[in-house]
Design a protein around this ligand. Structure first.
Ligand code: UDP
Ligand code: MG
Length: 337
């Protein structure tokens, strides 16, 4: 892999989405700088302000005055981590790009190992968690259940376990990833989908340095559903099988009733069983409708063809392309065909 940057673009870009993280920005940057400097090549860090309502943006601009290797991409509102990360990746100019969270749960000290993998020739080097310090056993258990379910339903995409968005992508893997412009973005799945030679690096996931997690159970549940429904139509199949199964059960039950009526006469005992069957089938039908609706909703959202995000302000790192005018639509406004 030749790390020769074309026309002034840095060798490495670190992409960091953040939302209301004023308390950790300085801390993160202080830890990042020595690590990146230690690599001995040019680098930039793209901070994506995902519509923070605290002083995060001011904090970033203050940092940028002191360190011109900082690029700031400020989105017009909160779009969610997956889209903020995509926005950052869109604007990263490096030959290898490293995606990481800002809360120091992904220790910057792991980056040299990721880079070593890239120098060996791997296109995707992902950091896999050895431990999950500071996370409740419930979170660990549900995470593990999710990877299992995804593994079973996922089909062609082999989702690495215990892996977040913390990883390095080569330029060609990143370019491939950026051609996937779907609105429902399950990044872990998309990373896996593009393929290319990949390598895992083990690391210990630290507890959050400061601030609080932006995820709650409801969001995590939805992310899991997102993961499943954006990568597989298995739930639709489930509806079909449920239909077959209940039709078959009804047939068997019908035969039994028929024989009972012939042999024992007809004492009309049916009311409770009738109600159970009606309620069961009603439930199954609503559930099935819900699943179909989930996919229909996706088609609806994709059909609108909206840009993934809107950039409010883009302050590139030094020695780079012209600054986009405030309010200018994201580069994404013209979706690549
Ligand atoms: N984040 C973001 N937009 C959001 C929510 C989170 O950019 O709407 C960022 C957040 O600032 C952090 C990263 O995504 O850098 C991971 O978020 P968090 O640490 O809250 O998630 P957890 O590590 O608990 O899964
Ligand atoms: Mg975190």
């Amino acid at each position: 892999m030749s790390p020769t940057p074309p026309n002034g673009s840095p060798t490495f870009s670190v992409v960091v989405p953040l939302f209301n993280e004023e308390v950790v920005i300085d801390l993160f940057h202080q830890r990042l700088v020595p690590v990146m400097d230690g690599l001995g090549e040019s680098w930039e860090v793209v901070y994506v302000n995902d519509g923070s309502s605290d002083a995060s943006l001011a904090c970033l601009t203050r940092l940028q005055e002191r360190d011109p290797r900082i690029a700031i991409l400020s989105l017009s509102r909160n779009f969610g981590k997956e889209i903020a990360l995509t926005a950052g990746l869109d604007h990263a100019r490096g030959q290898a790009v490293i995606a990481t969270d800002i809360d120091l749960q992904d220790p910057p000290e792991v980056i040299p190992e990721l880079v070593a993998g890239w120098r060996e020739g791997f296109d995707i080097v992902y950091a896999q968690r050895r431990t999950r310090e500071g996370e409740s056993w419930i979170k660990r258990a549900t995470a593990s259940a999710f990877y299992r379910v995804m593994g079973k339903l996922g089909g062609p995409v082999n989702l690495p376990r215990d892996t977040g968005d913390f990883r390095l992508l080569s330029r060609r893997a990143l370019d491939a990833l950026l051609t996937l412009r779907e609105r429902h973005r399950f990044m872990k799945g998309l990373f896996a989908w593009v393929g290319f030679p990949a390598k895992a690096v083990m690391y210990d996931r630290a507890p959050r340095a400061a601030g609080s997690t932006k995820w709650n159970w409801w969001k995590l549940w939805n992310l899991s559903l997102e993961g499943i429904t954006s990568f597989t139509v298995a739930p639709l199949l489930m509806a079909t099988y449920l239909g077959f199964a209940s039709a078959f059960a009804a047939l068997v039950y019908g035969v039994i009733m028929f024989i009972r009526t012939i042999v024992f006469g007809n004492p009309v005992p049916g009311y409770p069983s009738l109600l159970v069957v009606i309620l069961f089938l009603g439930g199954v039908q609503l559930m099935t409708l819900g699943i179909i609706g989930e996919y229909l909703g996706r088609i609806f959202n994709e059909a609108k063809q909206r840009p993934l995000y809107i950039v409010e302000r883009h302050l590139p790192s030094a020695s780079s392309a012209p600054v986009a005018a405030p309010g200018a639509p994201a580069r994404d406004a013209l979706p690549p065909e």
